[in-house]
Design a protein around this ligand. Structure first.
Ligand code: ADP
Ligand code: MG
Length: 261
């Protein structure tokens, strides 16, 4: 197998990220029944990093990021998010989920609630934020994703790109320290991809720690400080984008890039 580079070996001097660890995954393995879906994952994410995760379908990308907010449970090794270890202790799971926002391919908005209600539901009922304050925060983030005029509409009345921006705004209303994106643009028509990527670029520029599963390699080149390639449940290779794209090390990475670029 080609030599793999661990995150600790990468020269991060030019990447403008802090030395504060946001996520530390150590010797982590996960099985679905007898299927070994994640193998010996070691990954350290520093605050302010923008990481793009790519790899063939079925390689475990979604499962990996779902483990980070415990939508999936790992079996061995450890995952520590902002100093909190993810175990079966539900207190810790709640704490981590309050720090980690997640945006999915399918926007997962509540169809029977207005945009504004989608954004204020969790702050009001989970965080006990007063309604007025929750609505002000919601409007602030709707302005940020550039659709404040859609606040009173229902998700079904919005375009896909607008719905995904609502989903991003909804996550931001919970004031996360880390954002996870799982193929946020792959269900969108081409003309709507840019508006969602632009929103993500803005978040990155503000210093949000981001892990994005995406095949938008233009986004990776522009925004990511690190690209991770996964195959068959492993982190096969990782590097800063220019090196990753121009000088892939493993045969599997080369094959993957030849298929998507
Ligand atoms: P990716 O996001 O890279 O396409 P996934 O993490 O979704 O990959 O899936 C990795 C593998 O695990 C696939 O083979 C998939 O079929 C399998 N898998 C995903 N979720 C489950 C599940 N809940 N139960 C059993 N197998 C699953
Ligand atoms: Mg996936």
């Amino acid at each position: 197998m080609a030599q793999t580079q661990t995150d600790r070996e990468i020269d991060r001097s030019h990447m403008h990220v802090s030395d504060q660890v946001a996520i530390e995954i150590t010797d982590m393995n996960k099985w679905f029944g007898s299927f070994h879906v994640l193998r010996d994952i070691n990954l350290t994410v520093y605050e302010g990093e923008r990481i793009v995760i790519c790899g063939p379908s079925g390689s475990g990308k979604s499962t990996l990021i779902r483990c980070i907010n415990r939508l999936e449970e790992h079996q061995t090794g450890s995952i520590v998010v902002d100093g909190i270890e993810l175990t079966s202790d539900l207190k810790n799971v709640d704490k981590v989920r309050s720090e980690v926002g997640m945006v999915f391919q399918h926007f997962n908005l509540f169809p029977h609630l207005t945009v504004l209600e989608n954004l204020t539901l969790a702050p009001i009922w989970v965080r006990k934020v007063p309604r007025k304050e929750a609505e002000e925060t919601a409007m602030h983030f709707l302005e940020k994703v550039k659709i404040p005029e859609q606040a009173r509409k229902f998700p079904g009345q919005l375009s896909g790109g607008q719905q995904q921006r609502v989903a991003i705004a909804r996550s931001l209303c919970m004031k996360p320290r880390i954002m996870l994106f799982d193929e946020p643009t792959s269900a969108l028509d081409p003309e709507m991809i840019k508006e969602v990527l632009d929103t993500m670029i803005e978040l990155a520029e503000e210093g949000m720690t981001m892990l994005c599963v995406t095949h938008e390699m233009g986004f990776a080149e522009k925004v990511a400080n690190r690209v991770i390639f996964m195959d068959a449940g492993q982190i096969v290779e990782q590097n800063e984008p220019t090196e990753f794209f121009n000088n892939p090390q493993s045969e599997r990475t080369k094959l993957f890039l030849s298929q998507i670029l």
